[in-house]
Design a protein around this ligand. Structure first.
Ligand code: SF4
Length: 359
């Protein structure tokens, strides 16, 4: 099986062709995947955080409302949720319960976390409900971690202890959950790439992925960092030298890194919004997570409105239509956004050639 068996550097719409066919007939279809931000606050201050512009008030999603909306989403055809977003999801006290109920409803559940506040007890409760969990660590030494995650000395040791506890909980309960580590590459941590390969393979995580930085259009702490051809070749060489055939899959998201370095979108319109969505810590449903606080993408609120009305409502339809027909992606959107590969695929699909029956 390929090192990138999760297609992190690609997309998976090929396996949802029924939803794609429904979209070809009627642009308004239920999302396949929804990101949920259980709360607005974080215990780290990452220097690359794309959501630093919404820091401030502490808001937490009410469990009962969220549980109802998750069950409604499952009934409407949402297939997966990821808990991540504006704050650190492990800080929501009901996360294990919410994840368990989502799984019971038939939705695949995942979490992206900095992992630091994980404990044996938490992992024992949470991991059985998850398809995968991703620890965003982005460093292999305490010194780099302090710089990149804006944390105090000792934080790195706590995070590594938590990661090891998660691996033990997975082994004890013989869980199928995939435990991965993400390393977002920026100028301040490139020297940790080789140590990271040894450290996380040694811990035995299921995968270690190297992901490119991507500047959020609204973020306050913009660094302007990008990759040179030499940098990309050097990262690829380090990974090749380490080897990719061990039990820990090593995934270098090279296609995404190349695309970010080239800094040009390979599609002209956004057609991806029907396939995903984002629920903010205030309960607002956005048709794209990049546009938090932007009315053009805010299509309902889960405290006031049922999911059927949000997902099939006029506002979502208008937002999807706006993104496809009017949004100037080159000027407004995040380069290499989460939906870039999907948009490339959908553009290809919409650009119907002549004589299609001559396959
Ligand atoms: S292209 Fe723009 S609107 Fe579409 S998903 Fe990406 S950032 Fe959002």
């Amino acid at each position: 099986m390929a090192a990138d068996c999760f297609a992190l550097d690609g997309h998976k719409l090929f396996w949802h062709l029924d939803r794609v066919a429904a979209w070809q007939k009627d642009r308004l279809v239920p999302p396949i995947y929804v990101e949920i931000s259980p709360l607005s606050y974080c215990n780290h201050q990452c220097i690359f955080c794309g959501l630093d512009f919404i820091r401030g008030e502490r808001v937490i999603l009410e469990t009962e409302v969220l549980l109802r909306r998750i069950e409604e989403m499952a009934a409407l055809g949402v297939k997966s949720v990821m808990f991540a977003g504006e704050g650190e999801p492990l800080l929501h006290p009901d996360l294990p319960l919410i994840a368990a109920r989502a799984k019971e409803a038939g939705i695949d559940v995942s979490v992206t976390t900095n992992g630091m506040s994980g404990t044996t007890e938490l992992w024992e409760k949470l991991l059985p409900s998850l398809t995968w969990i991703r620890f965003s660590i982005d460093a292999a030494t305490s010194e780099t971690y302090q710089v990149v995650h804006g944390v105090k000395p000792g934080a790195f040791q706590r995070t590594i202890a938590s990661l090891k506890e998660a691996m033990l909980a997975k082994q004890r309960q013989k869980l199928p959950v995939t435990v991965g580590v993400q390393f977002l590459m920026i100028r301040q941590n490139l020297q940790d790439i080789e140590p990271a390969l040894s450290l996380y393979s040694g811990i035995g995580v299921d995968y270690l992925s190297f992901k490119p930085y991507s500047e959020h259009p609204q973020m306050l702490n913009k660094s302007g960092f990008t990759y040179t051809r030499e940098m990309i070749d050097d990262i690829a060489l380090k990974i090749e030298r380490f080897g990719t055939s061990g039990p820990t899959r090593i995934i270098f998201r090279k296609a995404a890194t190349d695309a970010y370095a080239e800094s040009a979108q390979k599609f002209s319109h956004c057609r991806a919004l029907p396939f995903w969505g984002y629920i903010s810590s205030r309960g607002d449903f956005y048709s794209c997570s990049v546009y938090i606080n932007d009315e053009r993408f805010s299509v309902g609120n889960i405290y006031q409105t049922r999911m059927s009305e949000i997902l099939f409502g006029d506002k979502r339809g208008e937002s999807i239509d706006f993104a496809e027909k009017e949004l100037e992606i080159d000027h407004e959107c995040r380069v290499n956004c989460r939906m870039a590969r999907i948009n490339e695929f959908l553009e290809f699909l919409d650009d119907k050639p002549e004589h299609i029956n001559f396959i």
